[in-house]
Design a binder for this molecule. Structure first.
Ligand code: ZN
Ligand code: ZN
Length: 370
């Protein structure tokens, strides 16, 4: 979090709130109580472990407790900040003042929280209204795109220096240690998720956790990683061969995945159905007899969260629009032998797309000497 938001950030914060307030009027809601951490950050720029943002068509108040009041008053500029001690009392007072009849809540908050809000707001109809925020978050503003692009560039840099550290005798955990040290050395805010480092047969498990597994010459090494800039995520997966060519079957898998990835990527643009992109990648893999080895969706949206809307898989009803940031990440997994996934971070533009990931994705044998 930055100490003090600049005027551009404040203007953007106000725009986001205004858009939400227009949505409230459209849905005939008297207010929405925003509880989800990420949604609060999106609307106020303020990070905390607990806060309640109450937005009506005319006002927005961020309620924080004693731990956060000083920081919130110093940084939040485009909505009111108030201290709460017991949220029940605060909500009861607010209800007497505003007299709301319909209040929107997020579908993502725990049921226990819904029930608690209900008990403090007797006679108020509570409805699910998170789409008002999620729909706005789908389309990134130019400042959000700048943060995601910066995150992707740092990710490229950390990835390249991690490759340079690879030596025989290292384990996956050693690689992760190098990667984390590089994150600190470059002064990066953090990783958008804990990196996946999978070598040899381990790469057949898409969400593998690095282990004491030793890197060996001729193995494929899969690295799936992302950074954070201004709270915005990047996400990229690359696969390299360590020191010498891999077994022919894995090389064929690599070529098939790259072909599928590039074919899907070429089609990315506004108006394209996410499900069609997924099917296109599956079709490319089918021609190589590998469609059954692709066991997850083609990609996902990326923003303040590493996985957010839209969804790119066979069942998705999402249609791409300019300003979305998505991943394209087909994979082929061969149990007991290894796996390949190639993932690019992509911005959908009004005329097509722009790839934000910069690291080489064509087949690459990296130096692997003692
Ligand atoms: Zn990834
Ligand atoms: Zn991903």
């Amino acid at each position: 979090m930055k100490a003090r938001p600049g005027s551009a950030e404040r203007a953007e914060g106000r725009r986001r709130l205004r858009r939400l307030q227009a949505g409230l009027r459209r849905r005939r809601l008297d207010a929405t109580i925003v509880f989800d951490r990420t949604n609060v950050v999106y609307l106020t720029g303020f990070r905390s472990s607990l806060s309640y943002l109450i937005v009506t068509p005319r006002e927005a108040v961020l309620f924080v407790d004693g731990r956060y009041i000083e920081a919130a008053r110093a940084t939040v500029r485009h909505c009111e900040v108030e201290l709460f001690k017991k949220i029940g009392e605060t909500l009861a007072r607010w209800r007497r003042r505003i007299r709301p009849s319909r209040v929107g809540l997020e579908g993502s908050i725990p049921w226990s929280q819904w029930r608690e809000f209900g008990s403090h707001l007797p006679g108020v109809e509570l409805v699910e209204a998170e789409e008002l925020i999620l729909r706005a978050r789908l389309i990134k503003s130019s400042s959000e795109i700048r943060s995601i692009q910066a995150s992707a560039r740092l990710n490229d840099a950390v990835y390249e220096s991690t490759l340079q550290a690879l030596r025989p005798g290292m384990t996956e955990l050693d690689v992760r240690r190098h990667l984390r040290a590089e994150v600190d050395r470059l002064g990066v805010e953090g990783q958008s998720f804990d990196c996946i480092i999978a070598s040899g047969p381990a790469a057949s498990r898409p969400h593998y956790v690095p282990s004491a597994n030793r890197l060996r010459r001729g193995d494929l090494l899969l690295i799936d990683m992302g950074m954070l800039v201004d709270g915005y995520c990047s996400d990229m997966t690359r696969v390299v061969a360590l020191g010498s060519p891999p077994k022919a079957r894995l090389r064929r898998a690599f070529d098939a995945v790259l072909e599928a990835e590039e074919a899907a990527l070429r089609e990315v643009g506004p108006g394209v159905k996410a499900a069609d992109l997924h099917r296109l990648a599956v079709e490319k893999l089918r021609r190589r007899g590998l469609a059954g080895r692709f066991t997850h969706g083609l990609g996902h949206g990326v923003g303040l969260q590493i996985h957010e809307a839209p969804v790119l898989n066979a069942y998705s009803t999402d249609v791409l629009r300019a300003g979305m940031v998505i991943t394209i990440e087909p994979g082929v997994y061969l149990p007991g032998q290894g796996g390949v996934r190639i993932e690019d971070l992509v911005l959908v533009t009004s005329t097509g797309h722009r790839v934000l990931s910069g690291a080489t994705k064509t087949f690459r044998i990296v130096p692997f000497e003692a």
